[in-house]
Design a protein around this ligand. Structure first.
Ligand SMILES: O=C[C@H](O)[C@H](O)[C@H](O)COP(=O)(O)O
Length: 214
């Protein structure tokens, strides 16, 4: 089955976690776009969505789904988002689309995180996909030097500005055997806004196509 077909199946399968009256947390990316399409078909039965990016906000509004402010809604029952890599413990690398910071906030504020991927995203050890790190622009070189000391090869995603006005370093060459430790370590560097590792808060459910990962 094609990658795109698997993404579509995953996006549509995630609908079974949406209950009537819910405010739904919505991630970002090409897989989530399929979820948004499916969500639009039942927009009259949900209370609205909290969006993780300007891109998803646009898609949601175009499809007639009300976008709510996270500060106005309290804990969310459900967050649905894609990922760039997923290990057997449902720990993820995210941020290929530069939306990692708002995604991490909405995931943290949600009770259940349903991650939707195609089978090509499954890995035993995270790190083949370059790890995105969002940094305050003036900290770019400092953070890059610190990452080099830790064995990574940071590459500036030149020309990309996040929804929060920051920059992205993509860290190559990591084999992430301790994702929680690395997430904590990089998080505490001055100037790091968000590390694209979702290990301290992994997904609760992972749908690979329409199948739930054990
Ligand atoms: O910043 C982007 C997000 O973390 C996406 O969820 C991730 O990159 C996966 O995107 P896609 O579904 O397009 O492969």
């Amino acid at each position: 089955m094609s990658k795109d077909n698997e993404k579509r199946l995953a996006g549509e399968a995630a609908i079974r976690y949406v209950e009537d009256g819910m405010v739904v947390g919505v991630g970002t990316g090409s897989t989530v776009a399929y979820f948004i399409d499916a969500l639009a078909r039942r927009r009259d039965r949900i209370a609205g969505a909290v969006s993780s990016s300007e891109q998803s906000t646009r898609l949601l509004r175009e499809r007639g789904i009300e976008v709510l402010d996270l500060n106005a809604v309290g804990e969310l029952p459900l967050y649905v988002d894609g990922a760039d890599e997923c290990d057997p413990h449902k720990r993820l690398i995210k941020g290929g689309g530069a939306a990692l910071t708002r995604e991490k906030i909405v995931a943290a504020a949600s009770k259940r995180f349903v991650c939707i991927i195609d089978s090509g995203k499954r890995v035993d050890i995270l790190g083949k996909f370059p790890l995105p790190v969002e940094v305050i622009p003036m900290a770019r070189s400092y953070v890059a030097r610190e990452i080099v000391k830790r064995g990574g090869r940071p590459v500036w995603r030149d020309g990309v500005v996040t929804d929060n006005g920051n920059w992205i370093l993509d860290v190559h060459g990591l084999s992430i055997v301790d994702p929680i430790g690395l997430e904590r370590d990089l998080n505490q560097l001055a100037g790091v806004v968000t590390v694209g590792l979702f290990a301290q808060r992994p997904a609760d459910v992972v749908l690979v196509g329409d199948r739930e990962m054990a």
